[in-house]
Design a binder for this molecule. Structure first.
Ligand SMILES: Cc1cc2nc3c(=O)[nH]c(=O)nc-3n(C[C@H](O)[C@H](O)[C@H](O)COP(=O)(O)O)c2cc1C
Length: 207
């Protein structure tokens, strides 16, 4: 019989009071088994008419403060988050038959942190950040490609492309993190951590 944790779940759910320890372990396993982008995550936001919207982003950092992704602040998600700074994320690691759901509050990361990550990106991605009015209608693909060429001429020095003010990172500070694992016959296992008065409480859920 498979080894179980204190709550009767498979041992991969561990016996941790801190969900970040479990997340770190699950992410490291996904990094080994996913064919690409284990850090790809669906990000849900809501606009001021309560309309939810969801799209993929790449998780670029996580620590005890939360989960960080980068984007254009004038994009659809950027404007949603400016008005309603709450979001939800969902990872699905098909190779492991696991899911992680995270929800909580959003804040903008510091300029210094954003600069550091921006400067680590490939040249063409930094030029792209200047050239793309992300999520806005485009007259013709060529107008965008021409802008890419213009910005390449403007920022010739590949080591010195400043970060556009409209491009930065958001930190999702979680209030809930749920770990899910497939079990045959849909008898799945679920472990939910909820933050109460700065302490993580955990409980198992029916599938
Ligand atoms: C695997 C994957 C990763 C992506 N990562 C990002 C990302 O990190 N940041 C981003 O702004 N868009 C990313 N995108 C594009 C978004 O899904 C989306 O098309 C774009 O950000 C515009 O979204 P919005 O109009 O809702 O703001 C990614 C798409 C895919 C498929």
């Amino acid at each position: 019989m498979n080894k179980k944790n204190n709550l009767g779940l498979d041992i991969c759910f561990m016996n941790e009071d801190d969900p970040f320890v479990v997340f770190k372990q699950w992410m490291s396993e996904a990094e080994k088994s996913e064919i690409n982008d284990p850090n790809a995550v669906a990000l849900a936001t809501v606009n001021d008419t309560n309309q939810p919207d969801v799209r993929m982003v790449l998780l670029k950092e996580f620590n005890n403060a939360g989960f960080v992704f980068f984007t254009n602040l004038n994009s659809k998600k950027g404007t949603d988050l400016k008005k309603i700074p709450k979001a939800s994320m969902c990872f699905h690691w098909k190779s492991l038959l696991r899911q992680v759901r995270i929800s909580g509050d959003i804040t903008l990361i510091s300029d210094n942190e954003a600069d550091q990550y921006f400067n680590s990106r490939p040249y063409i991605s930094r030029i792209g950040a200047w050239s793309s009015n992300q999520s806005k209608p485009m007259e013709a693909r060529d107008s965008f490609l021409n802008k890419v060429e213009e910005y390449k001429k403007k920022f010739v020095d590949k080591n010195n492309v400043p970060r556009p003010k409209h491009w930065s990172g958001f930190l999702l500070s979680p209030k809930k993190i749920e770990f899910w694992k497939d079990v045959e016959g849909r008898l799945h296992q679920r472990l939910e951590y909820s933050k109460e008065f700065n302490l993580w409480k955990k409980q198992i859920l029916y599938p």
